[in-house]
Design a binder for this molecule. Structure first.
Ligand code: ATP
Ligand code: MG
Length: 481
């Protein structure tokens, strides 16, 4: 048996001393041929290993370099030095993997930039920033399942390869085994004959599991999905990825208000979970953000620290208002009048750009906002039509620093209205006959939403770029690792 180690986090979080244990991990630093700072990823804190003079021979000392992987056994004793409470007094050491200090990209003395680390994403987990980010990401994923499980929701795995375009918005990655060299089978009109393709039809990577989720909700009442989602949109922003993870709950017997209540409770639960279970990582990330903010001009700095912001969101109700009310606020805003928006708000019906969303959240209300009842023209076909004939029962949640974090709606459960809307929006009803069956066989009022997981991780960690909260980001012209 090899793995008789103790996790560094467990050693450091206890006051116990005078016992023997074994640790394994990667060397962060080695000084005076005596003090090794060792990290195993369980916490950002390193354990200090003190090698008694003369214990290690010259050759071994040379191999203890930053990045090397070692096993160390010794006694846990109260530390004589400052900065840590305990040391591991070394008795025996084994080197698992050498690390050439000259070549090791994380050898830098200065703090490496996030951009530089993105290019070495395969090694960046070993930095404190990414250690904290990915432990928080894990905690959030765990909390997602716990939240829904505790409420009796059933976790559904919806397909990743799909023949339907849920939003009818295009922007999908095609999945095919047909040759690319021009020898693909053709129809008489020259178009590619997908009947000859692997699935006997044209298929894509999913942009949302919602439509399939609705089918399951019509049997289990409450379900959620949590899986990868793909969008071939050419958006080089700090909030868009081509491959991201989405959580999509779908609930029978929910109206728009029930839906908003669940989404708000869900977001608050996730925040509270991390505040309780990842305090040390959050404090590290808060400090990182504060240092980063200091580099910015005064006017661009946030007025709250990370932990303050999370506490504020936890302790305040989200501001709820209709799209129409939001348009009035935006149109009358000094920002609009002074033409500070790139896209000026002229009238009802305009789609909100992220500058408008951020104005509402960061300048006007200074807290998360839930916008409801959007014009039907700018929303998907499945949203429930309101009696005014103009709007649909949509709800988007906008978060400070992020913009849209949740998009959801009450769904149109009335067969005739749904089919009519599909017709108006040129959505081929024959292809979605299976979806329409839910409206034929025991339909009920129901609702759901999608939370972008990486945007939630961004919000909680304070990381400015979405590419820094997923292990190996995919975005236009980049699919490394
Ligand atoms: P946006 O306007 O920001 O592009 P959207 O309206 O396209 O968002 P939805 O289709 O409603 O978003 O998707 C639900 C949620 O998924 C969004 O609220 C957001 O949190 C997340 N999301 C959408 N697109 C992306 C993306 N490309 N990368 C990461 N997360 C995304
Ligand atoms: Mg989008």
């Amino acid at each position: 048996m090899l793995n008789n180690r103790t996790r560094i986090k467990d050693i450091l979080s206890s006051d116990k001393t005078n016992y023997t244990c074994t640790v394994m991990g990667w060397v962060r630093s080695f000084r005076n041929n005596q003090f090794i700072a060792l990290n195993d990823g369980s916490t950002n804190s390193n354990i200090q290993i003190v090698a008694p003079l003369g214990l290690l021979d010259e050759a071994t000392l040379k191999r203890i370099t930053t990045g090397a992987c070692i096993k160390a056994t010794g006694n846990i004793v109260p530390s004589l030095g400052k900065g840590q409470k305990i040391d591991l007094e070394l008795r025996s050491l084994e080197i698992f993997g050498d690390c050439d200090g000259e070549a090791y990209p994380l050898q830098l003395k200065n703090r490496p930039s996030l951009e530089y680390l993105r290019d070495i994403a395969h090694l960046r987990f070993r930095t404190n920033t990414f250690g904290a980010v990915f432990r928080v990401r894990h905690a959030l994923a765990f909390a997602v399942h716990k939240f829904f499980h505790d409420r009796g929701f059933v976790y559904m795995h919806t397909p990743i390869i799909t023949a339907s375009d849920a939003e009818g918005a295009g922007e999908m990655f095609r999945v095919t085994t047909l040759p690319l060299d021009g020898s693909a089978p053709r129809n008489e009109d020259g178009s590619i004959n997908f009947k000859e393709d692997f699935f006997g039809r044209s298929t894509n990577l999913t942009v949302s599991g919602q439509l399939e989720g609705e089918l399951a909700a019509m049997a289990f009442s409450d379900i959620y999905t949590f899986g990868p989602t793909f969008r071939a949109e050419n958006s080089n922003t700090t909030r868009h990825l081509a491959e991201f993870w989405m959580i999509e709950p779908e609930m029978a017997f929910y109206d728009l208000e029930d839906n908003m209540n669940l989404a708000e409770a869900f977001i608050k639960y996730l925040i509270a979970f991390v505040m309780e279970n990842n305090r040390e990582d959050l404090e590290f990330l808060a400090q990182r953000l504060a240092d980063e903010e200091k580099q910015k001009p005064q006017t661009e700095r946030g007025d709250m620290g990370l932990i303050e912001k999370l506490e504020f969101v936890l302790n305040n109700e989200f501001q709820r208002l209709t799209y129409t009310e939001a348009i009035d606020i935006l149109r009358e805003s000094s920002h609009n009048k002074k033409k500070k928006f790139q896209y000026l708000i002229e009238g009802w019906g305009a789609d909100l750009q992220s500058e408008h969303e951020r104005y509402l959240v960061e300048k006007h209300f200074k807290k998360p906002v839930i916008l409801t009842n959007y014009p039907k023209e700018i929303k998907a076909f499945y949203m429930r039509q309101n009696d005014d004939g103009k709007t649909v029962a949509a709800m988007d949640i906008l978060a400070p620093g992020i913009g849209e974090i949740v998009g959801g709606s009450q769904r149109e459960e009335r067969y005739d209205k749904l089919v009519q809307r599909m017709h108006e929006m040129h959505i081929p009803a024959e292809e979605l006959d299976w979806y329409l069956d839910t409206r034929r066989y025991g339909a009920c009022p129901h609702a759901g939403f999608g939370l972008g997981f990486e945007r939630m991780v961004q919000f909680v960690t304070g990381m400015g770029n979405i590419r820094d909260v997923i292990a190996f980001p995919r975005y236009p012209k980049s699919a490394a690792f």
